[in-house]
Design a protein around this ligand. Structure first.
Ligand code: OGA
Ligand code: FE2
Length: 404
């Protein structure tokens, strides 16, 4: 096998859904598996509380008026059933939205990262059919898997030209061609890094972000938003305070390709849900629900796309094999079933997991694969959002009671 790639690359038969978190970004980390309490290890359930979802007798397009105890009334409009997705106008006041943006700016944002591990470690070649040649589609997957680089077919051909990777132009890369063009395994990563630096559309995500942690916040407005979220969602404050509130800023061309907010448990390994990202070992990000707030009006573009909302025939492998994650290519396509227009103060609420069943372990339902979504590129203006992620661990008691 290694004769094919002499510098440590190996053609691997990889299942495409093999990676853990869908976001390899900076926002999630690891917990210490030696300290089970940190990782939300399962304990016996004592509370009868279940993670109930906001379900009303509604058809898509219908609304439900929700009164919450601060005297407000929130109108939830159902946008889809799978995922269970609501739009809520004026969840935040204009002043609150302005305050959150100003406070995020004051504390500082950093460029959002979703780089795969390929820049530092060896490159894994995605030879899905294990025939030891890379087709263009397999090369696209390789770039995506290793570098979170979303090349179109045209981009790949340009790369072949510039690196002289495919001199006979037959669109497949053989062992000899690879060895000839790239005697050093870092060459591919170097090229991809440079191209992505020049052309941000190729990145999985092009934005900057920062985090507020509600349970550690002293900012009165963030505290009152947190209370409102708990009330609106019918969840205990102790659980909602453990959320991460991520502020994201997109400039012109800024986007975030299609992804799931919550990470699926791998079939073959026990990986606990993360608590906070201050440990060192593997954990996965279990974001049971997402409340996304639009913090400004975008002049053009920047819609939140749910390409497979209420799509009964959705198939994750087909979706992936058709490269439908790429919103620079896909956003305006008819195949995107739902787009939400950013409007200042509006919230969208959806559940990344299916409803909890009685006695379920962990205590939340399986991932709802129809919750895939992303941000279309901003065409004019800029876009500010806040993601309020309701996080859970495998341990119900910990989730409901633990205080740091
Ligand atoms: C996210 C996300 C969508 C948007 O940040 O996880 O999906 O509209 N954002 O910005
Ligand atoms: Fe998201």
């Amino acid at each position: 096998m290694n004769t094919f790639v002499p510098y440590g690359l190996a053609f691997a038969l990889l299942t495409l859904a093999g990676c853990l978190g869908t976001e390899t970004d900076d926002d999630e980390g690891f917990c210490d598996l030696d300290n089970e309490a940190d990782c939300g290890a399962a304990t016996e359930k004592s509370s009868s509380f279940i993670l109930s979802q906001l379900q009303f007798d509604l058809e898509v397009g219908g609304s439900h008026e929700l009164r919450i105890s601060d005297g407000r009334s929130l109108k939830l409009r159902l946008l889809s059933k799978r995922p269970l997705l609501y739009e809520i106008d004026d969840f935040l006041s204009s002043d609150e939205a302005d305050h959150v943006v100003a406070e995020a700016g004051r504390r500082g944002l950093v460029r959002s990262g979703t780089e795969g591990g390929g820049f530092a470690a060896g490159v894994r070649l995605m030879d899905a059919d294990n025939d030891r040649i890379l087709t263009i589609a397999e090369m696209r997957r390789t770039l995506e898997h290793n570098f979170d680089a979303h090349f179109t077919e045209i981009d790949v051909r340009r790369m072949y030209d510039e690196l002289r990777l495919d001199p006979n132009g037959d669109d497949v890369i053989t062992p000899e061609e690879l060895q000839q063009a790239m005697p050093d395994s870092k060459a591919l990563g170097e090229y991809v890094r440079q191209v992505m630096q020049k052309n941000a559309r190729l990145r999985g995500r092009n934005s900057e972000n920062m985090f507020f942690f509600p349970d550690r916040e002293t900012d009165g407005i963030i505290q009152s938003i947190t209370d409102r979220v708990a009330q609106a969602m019918g969840l205990p404050g102790t659980l909602v305070e453990k959320s991460d509130m991520q502020i994201v800023h997109y400039g012109i061309g800024g986007h975030y390709n299609i992804h799931l907010d919550s990470a699926e448990a791998p079939p073959d390994r026990q990986i606990p849900c993360c608590t906070r990202f201050d440990g060192v070992k593997a954990c996965r990000s279990c974001r049971w629900a997402t409340l996304l707030f639009y913090l400004n009006d975008v002049i053009e573009g920047g819609e939140t796309a749910f390409p497979v909302a209420d799509d009964p025939s959705f198939d994750a492998d087909i979706f992936h094999n058709e490269f439908r994650e790429n919103l620079h290519v896909q956003c305006d396509s008819e195949s995107v079933r739902l787009r939400v227009k950013p409007e200042k103060g509006k919230a969208v609420l959806w559940y990344n997991h299916l409803p909890t069943k009685e006695g379920e372990y962990p205590w939340f339902g399986a991932i709802d694969h129809n919750s895939r979504h992303g941000s279309c590129p901003v065409k004019q203006g800029e876009k500010w959002i806040a993601n309020f992620w309701i996080k859970v661990t495998d341990d119900k008691n910990w989730d409901l009671s633990h205080q740091e």
